[in-house]
Write a protein that binds this ligand. Sequence first.
Ligand SMILES: [Mg+2]
Length: 406
Amino acid sequence: MDQAGAPDDTGCHILHIDMDAFYASVELRDRPQIAAQPVVVAHTGGRGVVLSANYIARGFGVRSAMPVTRAQRLCPHAVFISPRHDVYGAVSREVMAIFKAVTPEVEPLSLDEAFLDVSGAVRRLGPPAAIGSQIRRQVHGQLGITCSVGIATSKFVAKLASVHCKPDGLLVIPAGRVLDFLHPLPVSALWGVGERTGKVLARLGLRTVADLANAPLDTLERELGRGSAAHLSALAWGRDERRVTTGVQEKSIGAEETFATDIGDPDVIRRELLRLAGRTARGLRSSGYVAKTISVKLRRADFSTITRSRTLTEPTDVAQKIYATACDLYAGSGYDRGVQLRLVGVRVAGLSAASAAGTQLALGERADAWRQAEGAMDKITSRFGSGALRPGSLVTPDHSEDDRRS
Ligand SMILES: [Mg+2]
């Protein structure tokens, strides 16, 4: 459903490209005989969830992240297929290679989704809409799957545009039409409006993005905290200054603490790691990033310093996860046997944008619960200052190994 006529794509340098029902599309490509049937990719045994469903299955109400048992009830005649992650990974690498042939400015959000900044490619390849069409043709021709492309002046509008034109579409939101596009949408369309914030906004009677844009800022600040209020208000007016970041750049976020006197007690060190993990996670959430690599820095009394790091299988912005990893690294260093330290630090690197759904799904339900709890703490902290609320173990130091690992 490419737009009729030629919308004005002047200045619309951001493309958000997302494969349509990625896993299911790959399976259908390899098994064209079931193309006309509802198809669900999922581990069927036990407590599996739907990883991907084609649009026919979605017509029966099947959705990603839904328990498989529910999907089976909704659509018993669907073809259920176990995921082949190696195949999806290989297709993903080809998708990203197509993007990178257009511009090096590619920010992958997940296996099948990326932002591209095409401002450097326009002279070579034509205007942004032409580039988007070319990529769509190439993905289909080369890989046999379809994708949708949103094109706008900012990342979040481009992402909303691709959602809007799915499946197999391309949508340009001209610079002068951003608010026309944005304001009729429900508030839930905005990045950062989850269930909790949605409830607060509903209680305030704010249903559309226009309602939110026109709400008094002090009301929003009172209900949501300063940071969230400013963030949502800016988005509601179409303001999003985030740039496309290629992940190659060595960005990191962290915090460290030099002690007044050297400390060897591992319990005290771990409490400090918890505090630093909390600060680091807040830094990630407030800048909209998740991180893949976690490191600790340990400096002994004689100033000799070591760092230890670990790369996670899934990026995170959850303090509990960062803390658990930092404790493992501390234990792995051997310094937890009473070595006197004058400084400890926690740092995260390998940052990528916290894409809304993909990341949360990958984090799993439990991590998501932490994420929501910590998001609620961000709100209180932004209202009352960082002394207002601390994780329990900062108050009661006897947290067990099991707690840390949960
Ligand atoms: Mg997708």
